[in-house]
Ligand binder design. Sequence first.
Ligand SMILES: Cc1ncc(COP(=O)(O)O)c(C=O)c1O
Length: 380
Amino acid sequence: MGQIDQSLLDLETPHILLDQDRLAANIHLIQNIGDTRGVNVRPHIKTHKCLELARQQIDAGAVGITSSKPDEALVFINNGIRSVTVAYPLVVASKLDRLIAGARSNDVDLRLIVDSEVGVKAIAQAAEQHRKQISIFLKIDVGLHRCGLKEDAPGLVGLVQKVIQEPCLTFVGLLSHAGHTYGADDADAARKVTQEECEIMMRVRKKLEANGIEVPEVSVGSTPGTLVSDSYDGITEIRPGNYIFMDRMPLRLKIIELNQIALSVLATVVSQNSDYFIVDAGSKTLSSDQGAHGMPGMEGFGLAYPADRFEDEDREMIVVRLSEEHGFVARKDFDLATGSKVRLVPNHSCVVANLLDTYAVLKDGQVTEQWDVVARGQVH
Ligand SMILES: Cc1ncc(COP(=O)(O)O)c(C=O)c1O
């Protein structure tokens, strides 16, 4: 039997654990991909919402951060991050007002996306009011069918021309997110989705250039796409987020190994019956998300191991059901004492990070620090 460090036993559960060496390895893995392919790395911080981790990404060479929501972005803007893309369509004046005010007073290079005339007008109005120049990306739908214009959308060139006509907006290029890589069956299928993403972006760039519009930047990004792509011709920036933690999704695609996953959840067996160990991490810790963007293909809600046999295949179990405060871990042919600790590897680490206030940071199996999930709850 392995040993659990006392510092882990002292943690109340459920608690998120971050393995510091794996975080560093993941940060360098992606930065290295960016550096060797000649593309900027602008990590999406919706994954970790944590200043310490954003600083590590910047220190490793990231050009700035990507965020989803204005208030999330403002946490980083107010704490020294100097270049921020909010990769989310912003159309509400009050949110734009405080975001642009914050970017202006901190002299931040603020980059926003549009996919509608409503968005262009709303951003232009707020930018003018604060006399702040804003960089604008046109969001392209490359197959996720969430936000963005399809490559053949009739109003595509016209919308970019509207951006160009606004004195406080600078059109800087195209942005996409191929989140449907998570629904792929394997690495080859994920690679194909990523190739298609790049091809679509190149066709849109050509169309704009044929209309006399320069496209200096092309920003793509997802963790599977970054890990499987073999070429980034014409792409200037990647925006992966999940990679800093990883989870069961890239593991399912067989593009990472289990020992690359930096986030786990420490939980306690609080009860048991003939079918299940009941642990104190339910949907309020693991979330009910079985995978990003509701993509199918995952069994259960996470892997579970006795804490002293973490990542030991012989002791691997599955969290098969959740209620709010309880996780149902399907029993195998070994016993676990009620009151003992388990470690869970969630399906989707980004949503887990959003549900708890702090990370316990492990170095050589010992809790050395606690970091705040400081932008947690900043959903406006
Ligand atoms: C617009 C956008 N860019 C980048 C990302 C990062 O993707 P991933 O977490 O797969 O790395 C996301 C994730 O949802 C996103 O929505």
